[in-house]
Design a protein around this ligand. Structure first.
Ligand code: MLT
Length: 409
């Protein structure tokens, strides 16, 4: 007898995209120890937690250090105080959630990766192309795909997003059961209007499909007709799960806090085509495999919803969006094709002279000491593009643009 591995892992590309980006960056730094590298690759924030959040965090730590207020295990689904604050926040969009529909977790990456577990292995999955790779890789690991060919896994349906369709995916041309959508989009930084998103909600209703809607970047929306939550679209609560995160919104990439909304009305089907509520399945999964987010972290997240907290967060988001504007304007002035960056911290730039993504990545790294993320890492339609993030400081963002503008393309 020998130990057998999960063969599905062998279908995966060698490393997670950001691991490969970090590897190339580390290699460059090792060979060029004096280079001042500006990181605009992974979407990691640079601004610290705000004072209101830090105070709540510290106060909660003090509570943990006092026998009278100490907390042990919390609810796996998260504390009611945070779920209530989240539900209240949704009210501004005309959305009424019960706190039992909100599951607090340690990340939208984990939740968007784990959610597929509660659905059958035979479901047909659609993803956009380019795509946040977690949706794809977790379905590969689970065994829902064949091998990868030409950058696409056999068995998945890819909805192309490119300049021809204005980065608005078309409906799947074959029936699908589950559709992953991320808007504002990672990686392209583009958005869907309410009408464009409604097309998908209507499709899901008609076809009894489920939309897994990643809204991790909703706080960056600056356009009126772009929905902040899929539940702004009528009937979406019957067909959609929504993922939200405090990471980019409130600087929690290292602190870890997020949540997932699984509406009570959302149904899937058993082998006999009987309706089954999805909410209890996710609850079952979380209570078995997850022990909740720490109390101080949830108190810190709750502070984001206070008047002062909201004000502080908005200032930071405006700061990042000013960076996004600097990037957009500078690259546009250089004659490059630029997308995103209006309602998103991501800017999607077409590499000049038909360069491929990794060649453009290497050029920027070697000649400007600027790290981006190669678009091809997000899927075949990303080939020839590079993603830059607005999460650095304004000074570094300007410096990066000044360096890039000196390059000869
Ligand atoms: C990204 O750069 O795409 C994100 O940081 C990834 C993530 O949030 O996991």
């Amino acid at each position: 007898m020998v130990v057998k591995i999960n063969e599905n892992y062998l279908k995966l590309k060698n490393s997670y995209l950001f691991v490969e980006v970090a590897r190339r960056e580390a290699e460059f730094v090792e060979n060029n120890p004096d280079a001042d590298v500006i990181k605009m690759g992974i979407g990691d924030v640079t601004k610290p937690l705000t004072p209101t959040i830090v105070k709540a965090f510290k106060d909660a730590v003090d509570e943990m250090g006092n026998a009278d207020t100490f907390m042990g295990y919390g609810p796996e689904q998260g504390y009611e105080f945070l779920a209530k604050a989240i539900a209240k926040d949704y009210e501004q969009y005309g959305v009424n959630l019960d706190t039992s529909e909100i599951f607090i977790s340690d990340g939208a990456k984990c939740d968007t990766g784990n959610i597929q577990e509660i659905f059958g292995i035979d479901n047909k999955i659609a993803v956009t192309d380019p795509v946040y790779t977690v949706y794809v890789d977790t379905n590969v690991m689970a065994g829902r795909t064949g091998e990868m060919e030409d950058g696409m896994y056999e068995g998945l349906v890819y909805l192309k997003c490119n300049t021809e369709n204005g980065f608005v995916p078309e409906l799947p041309s074959e029936p699908v059961d589950i559709i992953y959508l991320c808007y504002p989009n990672n990686p392209t930084g583009t958005t869907l209007t309410k009408d464009q998103l409604k097309v998908f909600v209507d499709y899901a209703k008609e076809n009894k499909s489920i939309i897994l809607f990643d809204a991790a970047y909703q706080a960056f929306i600056n356009e009126d007709n772009v929905p902040h939550t899929i539940y702004e679209i009528e009937g979406a609560e019957e067909v959609a799960i929504e993922f939200r995160s405090f990471s980019k919104t409130a600087g929690f990439t290292g602190t870890r806090c997020a949540f997932t909304v699984v509406p009570k009305q959302l149904m899937a089907y058993d082998e006999e085509a009987n309706e089954v509520e999805v909410n209890p399945l996710w609850n079952r999964r979380q209570t078995t495999k997850f022990n909740g987010v720490s109390y101080p972290v949830q108190k810190a997240a709750e502070a984001m919803y206070t008047e002062e907290g909201k004000k502080e967060i908005k200032e930071i988001i405006d700061y990042y969006m000013e960076n996004a504007k600097v990037i957009r304007d500078s690259l546009t002035d250089l004659g490059l094709e630029v997308y995103g960056g209006v309602s998103s911290p991501y800017i999607w730039v077409k590499a000049p002279n038909d360069m491929d993504s990794w060649a453009f990545f290497d050029l920027l790294l070697n000649e400007a000491n600027v790290v981006g993320t190669p678009g091809s890492g997000f899927g075949p339609s990303g080939e020839g593009y590079l993603r830059l993030t607005a999460f650095n400081t304004l000074e570094n963002t300007k410096e990066a643009m000044a360096r890039i503008s000196k390059l000869e393309f």
